[in-house]
Design a protein around this ligand. Structure first.
Ligand code: ADP
Length: 320
């Protein structure tokens, strides 16, 4: 292995830059040439590729987003697009490719590996919805961003004795909602993975009012529905309740990565290069119980991740 490439694909996440830096510096440390591919698989098809040296990744460890840009690429899903990408990779004598992204990006990496380009996937998404790993790069930062927002919203909600619904990201998964809800002291956490009972929520608000609580914070995962609709449902049962909604949106995708995400990205980026040097292909890196591991992409795509019910139940116990 002499030349490797790195790209970011799908939705961006804080810590992707830290992972790029780790891939580039580890590669150069071991005497490899490292190529940066721009705009995900688009850059591979259209030859938007630049060699990265050690200083080209200086000063990015602490930055959100991705210096390589990211994109979705429909053309890559076609046989023709895939062939073009493989040709460009061969032209650059790329023996290995590190793909930082989610499940969709791994499907692309798997297809490309069939064309003889060794591929390794890294889990980069704030949603934490990748089954082969306990944590994804960007998740911890997003949770901390939500936590900061909860703290601020709580101040004003307490002053006015209001109920608040905060809608958070996570696509079809409730990890951000669960972790931020638990650590932010939310009264109710609504996740796509667990059925909710609107009457139970209403009872809890009423009980909270009786016990003298100054506010009631509901964290709603976007995978369940919109905050506005949820507020309407509660309003129907409690017409006099002063209820406000906040949709946090894309602030959750940006910001300087936390120490946790920088550490995760640095370790995973370095491991990806080591795996490529060993001739590995078609694998995704994960972390389980604090230990790095790697899993065959097909196996990883078939794995299912379940929400930690112990944590979910804890949110209920601690918010009585
Ligand atoms: P994520 O990687 O975050 O899951 P996407 O699902 O949007 O994001 O996938 C990112 C890119 O990966 C797509 O734009 C496409 O180029 C590639 N990709 C996704 N699914 C496939 C597939 N089934 N086959 C080949 N490439 C795919």
């Amino acid at each position: 292995v002499k030349t490797i490439g790195v790209l970011t694909s799908g939705g961006d996440a804080p810590g992707m830059n830290a992972a790029i830096r780790a891939v580039v510096r580890t590669g150069i440390y071991h005497g490899l040439k490292v190529l940066g591919i721009y705009r995900g698989y688009n850059g591979l098809i259209h030859d938007e590729i630049k060699e990265l040296d050690a200083s080209s990744v200086a000063d990015i460890l602490q930055r959100g987003g991705t210096i390589l840009r990211t994109a979705r690429c429909e053309e890559f899903k076609t046989e023709e697009g895939l062939k073009k990408a493989a040709e460009v990779a061969r032209k650059h004598k790329m023996d290995g490719l590190v793909v930082i992204g989610g499940d969709g990006s791994y499907r692309g990496a798997r297809d490309l590996s069939k064309y003889g380009i060794n591929t390794i996937g890294l889990p980069g998404t704030i949603d934490n919805d990748i089954a082969c790993t306990d944590y994804t790069i960007g998740f911890d930062t997003a949770v901390n961003t939500v936590l900061d927002a909860i703290n601020k919203i709580r101040d004003t909600m307490s002053s006015h004795e209001r109920t608040s619904i905060i809608e958070v990201m996570g696509r079809n998964a409730g990890y951000i909602a669960l972790y931020a809800g638990l650590t932010g002291g939310a009264e109710s956490v609504i996740l796509p993975e667990v059925d909710y009972d609107i009457d139970e929520i209403v009872d809890k608000i009423n009980y909270g009012i009786k016990r003298g609580k100054l506010h009631h914070i509901i964290i709603l995962a976007e995978g369940v529905g919109r905050a506005e609709n949820f507020a309407k449902m509660i309003k129907e049962k409690m017409p006099t309740l002063d209820i406000r909604t906040s949709v946090l949106g894309h602030i959750q995708r940006g910001g300087s990565p936390t120490a946790f995400d920088r550490l995760l990205a640095s370790r995973m980026g370095a491991r990806a290069v080591e795996l490529l040097m060993q001739g590995a292909t078609n694998r995704v890196i994960g972390i389980r119980n604090g230990v790095l591991c790697d899993v065959d992409i097909d196996e990883a795509l078939n794995m299912k991740k379940t929400i930690d019910m112990e944590l979910y139940n804890l949110t209920k116990i601690l918010s009585i």
